[in-house]
Design a protein around this ligand. Structure first.
Ligand code: FAD
Length: 474
């Protein structure tokens, strides 16, 4: 389903009646924070520590935004932010301060690392990949597994000295289509096709090369040696953060308009109610912000013209997840590895393990074009297609697996995508303006951060935005 402005406002109206919290209209607020995701919650914590009075308004009827543990499902799978690098200094500090435990995932057995490949219509074991007839890669790449092709390519073609280099003017010539870059390095169409199938992007043709290099540099050059997870699920972290906040957090309050006034800001909700504050911190992904009116009584209160263009055009990656539970251990029946990597609409099927190291669940994870295609089918039809494809590829799954939950980040009106992804020519143009305050509105969120991405990027952006407000209120 494609969300248009009318759908968005309808949802806002429906959810605005869920509002909870003890907030009284007319209370004096220094900073109203739009969004109770990581960046909004951390902004509130930092501001309150400095004596500011804050109010958080949140569209969803839960906190956390793109941190979302599906607590009602077997194994509590994560729909959003999960992996915490050991170089996420801020997240680790917050977790330690709040007594939230981080843990390393249990070491994977060789069996768990194994994945069934389904490529060019054929099931292939990883050990047979290099010599299999369905492996259409050029000789020098034949030994590289499809899921590692991109990492191998970017490592060999990495021009940066540091993971922070991606936005430097000397690399502006690489703000070109990733497809063009892959071709210019002589990769075959088959190698490009498999890279495209694996990459966490909407497609190589619509992605900036600098964006792909930045993601690879984050993984390999930012000093991360291992990853951790929040014990009991990532939502435990945002819950602990929210408990420290003294100001109200109003849930189910979708903002539809932000007005820059001479004295501050005024927010309007779908039901017509308003709140006023001296400043606003807007943490909304641009995919959502582009549907919200920003108005101003002052000459400097609207986003810069290029910033407004970025708000309208910054793409967000589509991610759809289908959570599956086995009713029988079909992998024991066919003797193949439980997890799968395919070049079909199924994309990747990750296996989840219980404490005893046994497979007890699966997630079918589709990015970009495949995610959009599944969304367009509608839930029932998409589930039917997934089970049909599974049965075709792997007959032992017939009557042995069921879809118990689906989640589409682009269908949620308060995210409208999973994470931002720069298109060609956007980085050079947008970076200087992306997080500039517009009058009394300041911007935070992972998309406004130029060092770390992901969860660490979100809280790093909170530090910057709080410094901006402190500088204006000295
Ligand atoms: C599938 C997926 C996997 C990920 N995996 C990882 C990972 O392993 N490691 C990692 O570091 N990061 C990961 N991330 C990224 C990480 O989760 C995000 O970068 C981070 O949570 C973003 O925080 P934020 O505060 O910037 O945005 P958000 O969490 O999106 O916060 C914005 C908030 O604004 C609210 N909102 C939106 N519209 C309105 C409105 N009109 N009115 C009021 N409120 C509104 C939203 O509901 C939301 O709560 C992943 C993300 C996804 C989607």
């Amino acid at each position: 389903m494609i969300w248009n402005r009318r759908d968005f406002l309808k949802t806002m109206i429906a959810s605005s009646s869920l509002a909870i919290g003890g907030f009284q209209l007319g209370q004096k607020i220094d900073v109203v924070i739009i969004g109770a995701g990581l960046s909004g919650l951390y902004s509130a914590m930092l501001l309150e520590a400095q004596g500011y009075k804050v109010l958080i308004v949140e569209g969803n009827d839960r906190i956390g935004g793109r941190v979302f543990t599906l607590d009602h499902l077997e194994g509590r799978p994560e729909a959003g932010g999960t992996e915490i690098g050991d170089n996420y200094q801020r997240i680790i500090k917050i977790a330690n301060q709040l007594g939230v435990e981080l843990e390393e995932p249990a070491p994977m057995s060789a069996n768990a690392r194994d994945t069934l490949l389904h490529i060019n219509g054929k099931n292939i074991l990883m050990k047979d990949w290099a010599s299999d007839a369905a492996n259409g890669l050029e000789d020098k790449l034949k030994k590289i597994f499809p899921m590692l092709l991109e990492a191998d390519f970017l490592q060999k073609n990495m021009p940066f000295q540091s993971f922070e280099d991606w936005a430097k003017p000397e690399f502006a010539h690489l703000d070109i289509s990733y497809l063009q870059f892959l071709k210019s390095k002589g990769l075959s169409d088959e190698a490009i096709r498999l890279i495209d199938a694996n990459a966490n992007i909407n497609g190589v043709e619509v992605t900036s090369t600098l964006h792909a290099l930045r993601s690879a540099a984050m993984r390999t050059m930012s000093g991360s040696k291992k990853t951790m997870r929040v014990k009991g699920g990532s939502s435990r972290l945002v819950e602990a953060m929210s408990k420290t906040i003294k100001g109200d957090i109003l849930l189910g309050r979708g903002v539809v308009s932000i007005n820059n006034t001479k004295k501050g800001v005024s927010l309007t909700f779908a039901n017509g109610s308003k709140v006023k504050a001296r400043f606003a911190i807007c943490t909304l992904p641009f995919s959502v912000l582009r549907n919200i009116n920003i108005e101003s009584e002052t000459a400097t209160g609207l986003p810069h013209v290029i910033q407004a263009e970025a708000i309208d055009n910054l793409p967000y990656i589509a991610v759809s997840q289908y959570y599956l539970l086995p009713t029988k251990p079909f992998w024991k029946e066919d003797g193949l590895p439980p997890a799968m990597w395919t070049d079909t609409i199924l994309s990747r099927i990750f296996a989840g393990y219980n404490a005893q190291g046994e497979v007890n669940r699966f997630t079918c994870w589709a990015n970009g074009k495949e995610a959009i295609r599944l969304d367009k089918l509608g839930e029932a039809e998409a589930i039917h297609l997934i089970l049909k494809e599974l049965k075709r590829i792997r007959p032992s799954t017939e009557n042995s697996i069921e879809v118990v939950h689906t989640h589409s980040w682009q269908k949620n009106p308060y995210s409208q995508g999973a994470y931002h992804q720069y298109a060609p020519n956007q980085i050079t143009k947008y970076i200087p303006y992306l997080n500039k305050p517009a009058g009394n509105i300041h911007f935070a969120g992972e998309h406004t951060n130029f060092r770390f991405t992901g969860m660490e990027g979100a809280v790093e952006s909170a530090e910057r935005v709080v410094d901006e407000i402190k500088a204006r209120t000295k």
